[in-house]
Design a binder for this molecule. Structure first.
Ligand code: SF4
Length: 433
């Protein structure tokens, strides 16, 4: 019972819920699980069936390496992509989070009386369910590749996620974003002998989407993304490389999906190409972190090739092309507290990030955020997580700033609000009123 034997973690949830009554408990729990990861009992992934396992769609998004997970148990190699929790003593509304494995997390999914449940410090929190396998996942491509490899889905089926280039040409410590493990994750997946395609062939993508087109009516949006291309790839520059997928998908499937691209902050002429040739609907030129000094330290490749001032200017300019409501740059929430260079007081970190929100939202551009995952193979390495209160305060600041400028619900993210949101790597959609 939550009320009779409160663990430290649960007491902290209750304290934050009392101090921030406008932030739902569901969002607080979701942020905490994303912040510190989740454990699975051995039988939870053995007994449960018909669920979609983690596809490692771009980064590892785990708090331990694959090698370590292999030693910890089979459940970690077969864990679900997403979990939805609901009910419990707090009568929680259905809330979806993306799985970040951590065998020593206080949060755990286990089986009790034949049913999945979410616990915290061994106390029952809520009922749980795993993301079901989509209907089209049993289709095989003529190349022999699996659908889950070429066009995995996220957000409880809403989003088809196409990481068409699973590496980044920002290379090594002097260029890679210090929180990002894209290149290391590629290496560890290959080393583990997994099918893990570096560059996805356009033919495979189109064939996979044909199966989805035929069999599925849940997915509504497609994300086209991958690492930065600083020179050329397959004899194309970055714009042309990503544009070829958008163009072909739009030509073949017309308006079946909203098309989103997560790419560099391009100059206006290249944004025009994305819009006019690729019919891209939504543009995500991710700035990762607002603080100018930390941007240079934590994103050295972006600083070297584009620079903070130019990056932010390009984001603003792109609003003329796509419309401000369709420019949704991401930042990695919490990484401004990474050490040794980041903020040590969470209030200062939120204040810095708020200034970025103010800058963009006052121009009707709406940044969104993912929750920093402290991946061990990223250059930042082992780090303490930001306090949970950082995330709770950030949710309030993000929503209040959005409301101050009366911005619309961001397109391409499904339904907003508690019990309905599907975006699984932060709770920004869950707290919309
Ligand atoms: S640009 Fe940065 S965050 Fe994006 S893939 Fe490259 S290193 Fe990772």
């Amino acid at each position: 019972m939550l009320t009779s034997s409160k663990s430290r973690s649960i007491k902290e949830l209750q304290r934050l819920s009392a101090d921030y009554p406008d932030i739902p408990m569901e969002a607080i729990i979701k942020q905490d699980i994303l912040r510190i990861g989740i454990d699975f009992s051995e039988d939870s992934c053995r007994i449960a069936s018909g669920y979609k396992p983690k596809d490692y769609f771009i980064f590892s998004f785990d708090l331990v390496t694959l090698d370590e997970l292999e030693k910890e148990g089979a459940q970690f190699l077969n864990a679900p992509e997403e979990v939805r929790f609901s009910g419990g003593e707090w009568d929680l509304k259905p809330t979806i989070f993306n799985v970040r494995l951590n065998p020593i997390s206080p949060y755990r999914v286990e089986i009790f009386e034949g049913k999945l449940r979410l616990t915290c410090d061994e106390e029952f929190l809520a009922d749980a369910e795993f993301h079901p396998v989509p209907k089209f996942y049993d289709s095989t491509l003529s190349s022999g590749k699996s659908i889950s490899q070429i066009s995995p889905v996220l957000e409880w089926g809403y989003l088809v996620y196409l990481t068409v280039f699973r590496l980044c040409q920002y290379w090594g410590r002097d260029e890679e974003c210090q929180f990002c493990d894209i290149n290391e994750n590629y290496r560890q997946q290959r080393k583990a002998g997994r099918e893990y395609t570096g560059i996805k062939r356009l033919e495979d993508i189109l064939e996979a989407l044909s199966f989805i087109y035929e069999k599925d009516d849940v997915s509504k949006a497609i994300t086209i993304t991958g690492g930065s291309i600083t020179s050329r790839l397959k004899d194309m520059d970055e714009v042309e490389f990503y544009l070829q997928y958008a163009r072909a998908i739009r030509q073949k499937f017309k308006d079946r999906w909203i098309i989103k691209t997560v790419v560099e902050a391009f100059e206006k002429k290249d944004c025009l190409r994305l819009r006019d040739e690729g019919s891209v609907d939504i543009y995500h030129p991710n700035y990762e972190i607002w603080d100018q000094r930390l941007f240079a330290t934590l994103c050295p490749g972006k600083e070297r090739y584009v620079g903070w001032e130019e990056w932010m200017k390009r984001i603003v300019d792109s609003a003329d092309v796509f419309g401000p409501e369709n420019v949704i740059p991401n930042f990695v929430a919490g990484v401004e507290m990474s050490q040794p260079d980041g903020y040590s007081d969470f209030n200062d970190a939120v204040e810095s990030t708020r200034q970025g929100l103010e800058f963009f939202m006052s121009r009707s551009i709406m940044p969104r955020f993912t929750t920093w995952c402290r991946e061990p193979l990223a250059h930042l390495g082992q780090q303490n997580p930001p306090p949970l209160e950082y995330y709770v305060k950030l949710l309030r600041v993000w929503r209040d700033t959005m409301e101050k400028y009366q911005l619309p619900t961001p397109p391409g993210y499904g339904e907003p609000g508690l019990g309905k949101a599907v975006f699984s790597v932060s709770a920004f959609m869950d707290v919309l009123r």
